[in-house]
Ligand binder design. Structure first.
Ligand code: HEM
Length: 81
């Protein structure tokens, strides 16, 4: 089992540009998606969630409610809130 560092929301919020790194949260996990941004099938919209929670955006774009999307996200986990 892999144990992840704990981050505050304030620390996550500091990461909302490609230069500073792009972090998001989802269900208590923290993800550094910097390297995924350019690969995102939905293009630059992904930056709307930078530094914050994915849930409100994924509620609008239901295409994300699939196992293969969560598998991609899981590869980028760096910590927990
Ligand atoms: C599509 C991943 C964040 C908007 C997709 C698809 C994947 C993906 C894999 C293709 C799904 C499929 O067709 O089966 C991710 C991941 C995200 C993320 C891993 C976060 C780490 C976001 C955010 C938004 C967004 C925050 C909007 C603010 C879209 C849209 C599409 C899409 C509009 C549809 C693109 C199209 O088919 O034309 N995303 N996404 N995504 N995503 Fe995201």
């Amino acid at each position: 089992a892999h144990s992840f560092p704990i981050y505050t929301q304030e620390e996550v919020t500091k990461h909302r540009t490609l230069a500073d790194g792009v972090w998001v949260t989802y269900k208590g996990g923290v993800y550094d998606i910097t390297d995924f941004v350019a690969m995102h099938p939905g293009g630059n919209k992904i930056m709307l969630a930078a530094g914050g929670a994915l849930e409100p955006f994924w509620a609008l774009y239901a295409v994300h409610g699939q196992d293969h999307v969560l598998e991609i996200l899981s590869e980028y986990k760096v910590g927990e809130l």
